[in-house]
Write a protein that binds this ligand. Sequence first.
Ligand SMILES: Cc1cc2nc3c(=O)[nH]c(=O)nc-3n(C[C@H](O)[C@H](O)[C@H](O)COP(=O)(O)OP(=O)(O)OC[C@H]3O[C@@H](n4cnc5c(N)ncnc54)[C@H](O)[C@@H]3O)c2cc1C
Length: 272
Amino acid sequence: MADLPATARVVVIGGGAVGASSLYHLALKGWTDCVLLEKNELTSGSTWHAAGNVPTFSASWSVMNMQRYSTELYRDLGARVDYPMNYHVTGSLRLAHSRNRMMEFERVVGMGRYQGMDVSMVSVSDLKDRYPFLETHDLAGGLYDPYDGDIDPAQLTQALAKGARDLGARIVRFCPATGVRRDGGEWIVETPQGEIRCEVVVNAAGYRAQEIGAMFGRFVPMVSMSHQYMLTDPIPELEAWSAEQGRKLPLLRDVDSSYYLRQEKFGLNLGP
Ligand SMILES: Cc1cc2nc3c(=O)[nH]c(=O)nc-3n(C[C@H](O)[C@H](O)[C@H](O)COP(=O)(O)OP(=O)(O)OC[C@H]3O[C@@H](n4cnc5c(N)ncnc54)[C@H](O)[C@@H]3O)c2cc1C
């Protein structure tokens, strides 16, 4: 267990994907005097459970921009920090059941192209060509995103943590932040292992972010919701198709019916 430093420029609370990414990006910018506190093991929050889908699609410019950046980061992060990761870029098909949904996709395609991404509208017959198992009778068309894919979220977090550590940042596991107080224009973060004086605190406590916010007298407006997915057994037809094509099916996303369907080895992962 790493010793707790008495001071740091930044204390990040929470060692999931968001906390590890914050620490890594601070270190990349030269802010290496930073400490991440994780009350348990890294990735022990939501991150460990995530299906790991990595979209670029969003109706919001800034969210799309962040997601686009993530796909670029993940492409060579493993090599850059010397931590191999499972990152599959399979592309995705987003289904439209109505003309209105097609209009929404057309707007997103325009936004994506302006951000330098080659996302495109696809016809019903294109959908069938790219995804032969698809029933298309009630579809108006769709959107193809060649950058979509999936990543192992635990490996991603460990890679970001390694990158941050290699640059000089510190991670203290099994060390919860239990309180915080203001002193002389700085923050004192309290833990069972002692206190850290710092300039800035990053709240990356995931579904416990509200508890951390309360330590600062702030209300973090959020609700925690459960999210489940199911995995099927291997499907012989899918295994045969993958062997013939030498690739996985693209991820399927259907917001009108509210599900995603991803090939996981030779079975399927179905999530809401
Ligand atoms: C079943 C499922 C499927 C999902 N699928 C996807 C997907 O396909 N794609 C996608 O992008 N997202 C997906 N998500 C969402 C994704 O998992 C979360 O958005 C993401 O992991 C949140 O990361 P985080 O770092 O904010 O939080 P967390 O991973 O929850 O990390 C917070 C950390 O803070 C620590 N902590 C809390 N309180 C303290 C404290 N007082 N002191 C120190 N440490 C503390 C916790 O122990 C935890 O490790 C899915 C989630 C679930 C549950």
